[in-house]
Design a protein around this ligand. Structure first.
Ligand code: S3P
Length: 168
């Protein structure tokens, strides 16, 4: 089985994915790290030097590589399911399960405000209220993709181990 974790930036995909892989004894792939290794550049540098369209095309093409894996947990990037036919790729992967980690706009704003410099899509936002408005609009656009997942988990009121347990 290959389990894809989807959700907005800051929704806990990486930390949940790591713990889940330890519990299940599966391999773990952080898809942002995978892209960085393949491209030999950080996501920030790829956005700055080659632009977002280049990144989205690379992301779609690397996603197809993953479909052959077994016993693996993959934490995707926040935008991965929302471009091209990526959601179709995820759902049509043999023995795949997509899990959406859902978090509220205030929770995401709180988590992302101090970390926004490393995220090219958020780095230019100056205040918490502007970040909250941006996230709200962005999730409105992205939710129809995220919601196609096989399972969705509301994470606001749960600890990491509770989320992991719910998925298991
Ligand atoms: C993005 C999310 C990031 C990374 C890139 C774009 C997005 O991943 O792929 O900065 O479009 O939401 P995380 O969700 O792991 O931060």
């Amino acid at each position: 089985m290959i389990l894809f974790l989807v959700g907005y930036m800051g929704s806990g995909k990486s930390v949940v994915g790591q713990q889940l892989s330890e519990i299940l004894g599966y391999n773990y792939i952080d898809f942002d790290d995978y892209i960085e290794q393949k491209e030999n550049a950080t996501i920030k540098t790829i956005f700055e030097t080659k632009g977002e369209i280049y990144f989205r095309k690379a992301e779609s093409s690397y996603l197809k590589d993953l479909s052959k894996l077994k016993e693996t947990i993959v934490s995707l990037g926040g935008g991965t399911p929302c471009y091209g036919d990526n959601m179709k790729t995820l759902l049509s992967t043999k023995e795949s399960v997509c899990v959406y980690l859902k978090a509220s706009i205030p929770t995401l704003t709180k988590r992302l405000f101090n970390e926004r410099a490393k995220r090219p899509l958020l780095a230019h936002i100056d205040s918490e209220s502007m970040l909250s408005e941006f996230i709200g609009k962005h999730i409105f656009e992205r939710a129809p993709f995220y919601e196609q997942s096989n399972l969705s988990i509301q994470t606001d009121d749960k600890s990491i181990s509770e989320i992991v347990e719910a998925i298991v």
